[in-house]
Design a protein around this ligand. Structure first.
Ligand code: G3H
Ligand code: 13P
Ligand code: ZN
Length: 284
């Protein structure tokens, strides 16, 4: 099966009231783990390449691996650019066969974010490539946010409405209290803000930094319009913990396959759990 644009997956998710998992693909074993989990759950899935993954594995390698996964898997797979940094990078990814891209202009002034997002859309639309944008600041977990500062960093609903009206993006990543990486305490999402934004924009909402968000909050976010849930850290934890255990239990092991194979199995397990939580099992 050819790669599928995320707009198609998210429209189906909208109809069925579930979300599609967007899992960060960093190496071959993780690409295979995401594919295998999607196959076993009969679920659509999004494989996404972060800035770190592109630096580590190389754009062409990630693109080739995910294309092979989509050809052999028998389930719908999208290849997505995660937090695209520039118009030029987005174009490189589209040229390399990505079926969707994120242009993250959240650090730019609003009008500049709109302008570059529109240039991305001009190229992407005729090719059937979907576009995700971001508004608000989804920080790292190290960025402690005081309640009084929330208005400054969380997505402003009126700004979201204006942005979507001026661009027509396929989906929007918003800041409502999640952060990338491991949380120090328990995150508490701003559901009122999510509901207000969704009612104003009426397009699929993307939740970044979803690793470590309690299951009940993920479910509630999905019930309020989140259709793409990004998970990276939870896969890293499961993968590395298992590899570490194998190495501690077998200090003389020198075959990387005997270490990375079990790590891949741990990846499959956690990704299957997430797919079930998001409600996309059986939707392929
Ligand atoms: O967007 C956040 C991802 O978890 C990526 O991080 O650039 O270190 O791969 P990375
Ligand atoms: P986590 O690593 O916190 O799951 O975030 C992933 C993400 O948002 C990728 O864009
Ligand atoms: Zn993210």
């Amino acid at each position: 099966m050819a790669l599928v644009p995320i707009a198609q997956l998210l429209q189906e998710a909208e109809k069925g009231n579930y979300a599609v998992g967007a899992f960060n693909a960093n190496n071959m074993e993780i690409v295979q783990a995401i594919m295998e989990a999607a196959q076993r759950e009969k679920s659509p899935v999004i494989m996404q390449a972060s800035q770190g993954a592109i630096k580590y594995a190389g754009l062409e390698f990630i693109s080739a691996m995910v294309k092979v996964a989509s050809e052999v898997s028998g389930v719908p797979i999208a290849l997505h650019l995660d937090h695209g940094t520039s118009f030029e990078q987005v174009i490189r990814c589209i040229g390399s066969g990505f079926s969707s891209v994120m242009f993250d202009g959240s650090k730019l002034p609003l009008e500049e974010n709109i302008e570059i997002t529109n240039r991305v859309l001009e190229v992407a639309r005729p090719l059937g490539v979907s576009v995700e944008a971001e508004l608000g600041k989804i920080g790292g977990t190290e960025d402690d946010i005081f309640v009084s500062d929330r208005e400054a960093v969380y997505t402003d609903p009126e700004e979201a409405r204006y942005f979507v009206e001026k661009t027509g993006v396929d989906c929007l990543a918003i800041a409502i209290g999640t952060a990338h990486g491991q949380y120090k305490g328990e995150p508490r999402l701003d559901f009122d803000r999510l509901e207000t934004i969704y009612n104003l924009v009426k397009i699929p909402i993307v939740l970044h930094g979803s690793s470590g968000v309690p299951d009940d909050q993920i479910k509630r976010a999905i019930s309020l319009g989140v259709r793409k849930v990004n998970i990276d850290t939870n896969i890293r934890e499961a993968f590395v913990e298992r590899a570490r255990k194998v190495m501690v239990d077998n200090p003389d092991e020198i075959d990387p396959r005997k270490i990375l194979g079990p790590a891949r199995e741990a990846g499959i397990e956690i990704i299957r759990e997430k797919i079930r939580l998001f409600g996309s099992s059986g939707q392929a």
